[in-house]
Design a protein around this ligand. Structure first.
Ligand SMILES: Nc1ncnc2c1ncn2[C@@H]1O[C@H](COP(=O)(O)OP(=O)(O)O)[C@@H](O)[C@H]1O
Ligand code: SF4
Ligand SMILES: [Mg+2]
Length: 317
């Protein structure tokens, strides 16, 4: 089980950027959580923070626990043992993370040599079968090829294959479907649906993809959690005005994507109140005050519209 406890991340190199603010949720064994939100909302930073992959300019608060043990307090050696073996990470723009000087099959199979004790030959054979799950074409030949011969989408899928290679308990994936056509997105979704007992924490800006791969969704807006709930409920009856607007903006729902929208800034929010209020059609006087996370049944929502429905307001999920 992975617990994200009141995690905040601030970058203070040039100007202060509050990238993630007091985010908490739990990823029980076998659960699949999608982290959604527009560009700049803090999704990638949160994922990087979990495995302590942030640059040194980042200041973090809170804690991340793996089965009750703090990942943030772990010694480097212990952390190296869990990275890739227990928790794998598929980075955003995954293709670029491949080493251009090494054959793809070797790289995809590397976690198996490192964490499962397989020989190079065994690992490379396994990497072919992993690549086959993503229908890349002639996988035997592709495993022997170098990354530059792959298209961006192929490299992306090779990275997802690498992420699941060593059979980790938890897969962290950052925008694994970005830039792929519909057919390839379906293949990535299918692979994640087959993770079974494994847990998945998947960052995506694509709500439809999130709906296919997750049992719960956490929505981030301007570094804060604004909604959290079971996927079906959140997709069919979203509570937060931002989630509603996002769903409405999906072209399939017959609406144009909101081109008037702006990427949320991460500074100047002190005493701003609800961060969505400039875009919100339901904005009220009280929205000049920051809403807490209200509990509504098995959902959480940061919006004053639910102050009466909830009766409770807390910051924990
Ligand atoms: N290394 C960094 N230094 C300074 N600011 C950063 C750094 N990485 C991310 N940020 C800022 O943190 C915020 C959240 O970024 P990110 O998590 O990448 O958003 P996204 O939701 O698109 O993945 C953005 O304002 C971004 O500019
Ligand atoms: S708190 Fe107010 S401004 Fe913010 S989302 Fe809710 S109704 Fe809209
Ligand atoms: Mg990102």
């Amino acid at each position: 089980m992975l617990e994200i406890n009141h995690v905040s991340v601030k970058f203070s190199a040039d100007s202060d950027v509050q990238a993630v603010e007091d985010v908490s949720f739990v990823l029980p064994e076998g659960s699949k959580l999608a982290l959604v939100g527009e560009t700049g909302s803090g999704k990638s930073v949160l994922l990087l923070a979990i495995l302590r992959l942030l640059p040194e300019t980042a200041q973090t608060r809170g804690d991340v626990l793996l089965d009750g043990k703090s990942i943030w307090q772990m010694k480097r050696k212990e952390l190296d043992k869990i990275r890739g073996a227990v928790i794998s990470y598929v980075p955003q723009g995954g293709g670029e993370a491949l080493n251009p000087l090494m054959r793809v099959g070797f790289q995809v199979g590397e976690p198996l040599m490192e964490h499962k004790g397989l020989s190079r030959k065994e690992a490379e054979a396994k990497s072919v079968s992993l690549l086959k799950r993503f229908h890349l074409g002639d996988e035997e030949a592709l495993a022997r090829a170098y990354p530059h011969t792959f298209s961006g989408g192929m490299r992306q899928r090779a990275m997802v294959a690498m992420g699941i290679a060593a059979d980790p308990q938890i897969v962290l994936a950052d925008e694994p479907s970005k830039g792929l056509d519909e057919k390839r997105v379906a293949l990535v979704a299918e692979t994640f649906q087959q993770l079974g007992e494994k847990s998945l924490l998947c960052v995506t800006h694509d709500l439809l993809f999130a709906g296919k791969i997750s049992d719960h969704i956490c929505v981030l807006y301007a570094a804060q959690q604004v909604e959290y709930g079971p996927t079906e409920k959140l997709m069919s009856a979203p509570l937060h005005p931002y989630t509603r607007d996002m769903l409405r903006a999906i072209p399939e729902n017959g609406m144009e994507v909101d081109k008037a929208g702006f990427a949320p800034a991460h500074t100047g929010y002190e005493n701003f109140g609800c961060r969505y209020r400039h875009r919100c059609k339901d904005c009220m006087e009280v929205c000049k005050k920051m809403p807490p996370l209200f509990t509504v049944g098995d959902e959480k929502v940061r919006c004053w519209l639910y102050a009466d429905a909830s009766g409770t307001a807390d910051k924990d999920l």
